[in-house]
Design a protein around this ligand. Structure first.
Ligand code: AVI
Length: 339
């Protein structure tokens, strides 16, 4: 898909950063309404997890990353810091394209590593949140003014064609966000990745690993209640945008680990009977006391299973970097095949 709006200056004093938009002409509130209606009509009620990330949800997610129980962000950051030189040496000068970049906090370690190798990295950050992109740009301009950044407001699907155009690239997908995709969505994601990378291009993937259930459940039930607030915000968002009339005090955050499925399963449990209105569609749904609406899964991985799975899409694992406790892994992948 072509860039529909031309790159425009983001007013950073002419440092060369640009912001571009790749967007379908659509109505975000109507999209949200339809997704909620579809999810509540299903056998197992659910709402797609992408709707957790409105402005308040994104701020809460940043706060989750700083919670003592949520080891993922800190652990991934430490692995990145330790192995960035090897990564930069392996790829040489490539464009770095980060999918779902958020505020690009961890990526700064990577960019610094490339700079230390004498490579001035060109960095393209892709996110659906223009606010996150603007904040990333501000922080990057302050920390690493030598880096050329282009922020692209787009979904992953919309951004895939860029990979081919920007080759040689290393696509970056950190934070174990792939764990929030169900098996079908993950397979589609890898197929698209394989289709759009050129042979020889790289992919840096961060994944959370299977571990003790107690540690995992603590990470998604932090004592300060930030993850609970993140889940509840989805229902507050329904009130704000869909006039849903939900009593948010009757929503309880439930996060449990299923060892059988190797995933954390997060739901909102309704403590009292509720009627959910979806004003833009003129529909309503009855939720009984004790019923749950699934808001997220967060799959956990085993490297020994993941690498052959990725290889089946033509993505060869060059390196697996992990922390001393083996809690999290960064995989440096390369698209196989002949140019
Ligand atoms: C964004 N994603 C990788 C987080 C995770 O760990 O699955 C989302 C999250 N939800 C609750 N806590 C963190």
């Amino acid at each position: 898909m072509p860039l529909q709006a031309a790159a425009a200056s983001t007013g950073n004093g002419g440092r060369g950063a640009t912001m571009a938009v790749i967007q379908e002409a659509d109505d975000p509130v109507l999209d949200f309404a339809q997704a909620v209606a579809e999810g509540l009509a299903g056998q197992q009620m659910s709402v797609p997890c992408r709707y957790l990330y409105d402005a308040r949800g994104s701020a809460l997610f940043e706060a989750i990353c700083a919670q003592p129980e949520y080891y993922l962000t800190r652990t991934e950051e430490s692995i990145l810091r330790r192995h960035v030189a090897t990564i930069a040496e392996t790829t040489g000068p490539v464009r770095l394209v980060e999918l779902g970049s958020g505020t690009s906090v961890k990526t700064q370690h990577l960019l610094r590593g490339y700079l230390e190798q004498g490579v001035a990295p060109r960095y393209v950050s892709v996110d659906v949140s223009v606010a996150a992109l603007a904040l990333a740009e501000q922080r990057l301009a302050a920390a690493l003014p030598q880096v050329q950044m282009t922020g692209v407001e787009a979904t992953y699907e919309q951004a895939f064609p860029m990979l081919r155009e920007l080759s040689p690239v290393m696509a970056i997908f950190l934070g174990s966000t792939i764990g929030n995709f169900d098996a079908a969505a993950a397979a589609a994601f890898w197929q698209q990745t394989a289709d759009h990378l050129r042979p020889g291009d790289y992919f840096l993937l961060g994944v959370d690993l299977v571990k003790d259930a107690g540690l995992l459940e603590a990470a998604y039930n932090d004592a300060a209640g930030v993850t609970a607030a993140f889940t509840c915000n989805l229902f507050a968002r329904m009130n704000r945008e869909l006039d849903a009339g939900i009593d948010v005090r009757a929503v309880e955050h439930v996060a449990t680990y299923s060892a059988a499925a190797s995933q954390i399963e997060i739901a909102a449990r309704f403590l009292r009977r509720q009627t959910v209105h979806i004003a833009p569609l003129g529909t309503r749904y009855e939720i009984a006391a004790g019923e749950e609406i699934r808001t997220e899964v967060s799959r956990k991985f085993r490297v020994a299973e993941l690498t052959p799975f990725l290889a089946s899409f033509g993505l060869e694992t060059l390196n697996v970097f992990t922390d001393d406790r083996g809690w999290f892994a960064l995989l440096l992948l390369q698209r196989a095949g002949h140019a």
